[in-house]
Design a binder for this molecule. Structure first.
Ligand SMILES: Nc1ncnc2c1ncn2[C@@H]1O[C@H](COP(=O)(O)OP(=O)(O)OP(=O)(O)O)[C@@H](O)[C@H]1O
Length: 231
């Protein structure tokens, strides 16, 4: 498959490969992966441990360089950009949610969520209002002033989701974001994330081991030993 960016594509890669050098030998972790994520689409990436899921997500998000191939985000081939330009492009169009929330411990929930907007130059008032709205949407309207250490695990992950969505990115890249939560809390967090993604029209690429969750998405991509299997 060889993709050319269409108007529907928010994210795509062509013949993406990644090798790591270990003990003098190259190990091929991703092998010529091509895929396209369209506007508003929710896509799961599944595969056994070590099949290359996180590596693929890192490359799609411009957090690492491919050995070969192309990554396009919002019509721009990001792997050709300088690290500084790539970082700017990434912050403009993508949102990230990780297994560990990476919230800033000394700031409250609403301050954490407003941070990406302040960095973009919004006034404190505007940023706080938007952050408060998003936190309310994920069911945390009553926890705005709590610091991460005063929130439960599920509440922290919902705060991280609000922070990823507050800039209304084209696409969210999520790597097993509820892997450290119990199933009931995880289901609740996902419910919120999937619903909000639909409301805002953000695409979602989610790495998960949970087949039930993957089945809720529009599409599931299977990685086996670094190769994408057709559905
Ligand atoms: N920086 C690195 N240097 C060397 N090898 C690496 C590096 N990063 C990843 N790998 C190797 O690449 C393979 C794929 O790793 P990756 O983390 O993408 O797998 P995964 O499918 O996300 O696994 P899991 O489900 O266990 O998180 C693994 O064998 C791993 O050891």
């Amino acid at each position: 498959m060889n993709n050319t960016p269409s108007t529907d594509a928010v994210l795509l890669c062509n013949n993406l490969s990644k090798s790591f050098k270990e003990a003098g030998l190259f190990v091929d972790v991703l092998k010529r992966v091509s895929l396209q994520i369209n506007k508003g689409e929710q896509v799961a990436i599944v595969g056994t441990s070590g099949s290359g899921k996180s590596t693929l997500l890192h490359l799609l998000g411009g957090l690492d360089n491919p050995s070969e191939g192309e990554v396009w985000v919002a019509g721009q081939q990001i792997n050709l950009l300088s690290p500084a330009k790539r970082g700017k492009w990434r912050n403009k169009y993508l949102g990230f949610v990780y297994q560990f929330h990476h919230l800033l411990p000394e700031f409250t929930a609403v301050e954490n969520v407003s941070m990406p907007l302040l960095i973009r130059g919004l006034s404190v008032k505007e940023a706080m209002e938007k952050a408060g709205y998003l936190l309310n949407e994920v069911g945390l309207g009553h926890r705005l002033k709590h610091k991460p250490s005063e929130l439960s695990g599920g509440e922290r992950q919902r705060t991280a989701i609000a922070r990823a969505l507050v800039t209304e990115p084209h696409c969210i890249l999520a790597d097993e974001p509820t892997g450290n939560l119990d199933k009931r809390t995880a289901d609740h967090v996902y419910e919120k994330m999937l619903m909000l993604n639909k409301t805002i029209g953000t695409s979602l690429v989610l790495v998960t081991h949970d087949a039930t969750l993957a089945a809720k998405m529009d599409r599931t991509l299977h990685l086996t030993d670094g190769e994408l299997m057709t559905e």
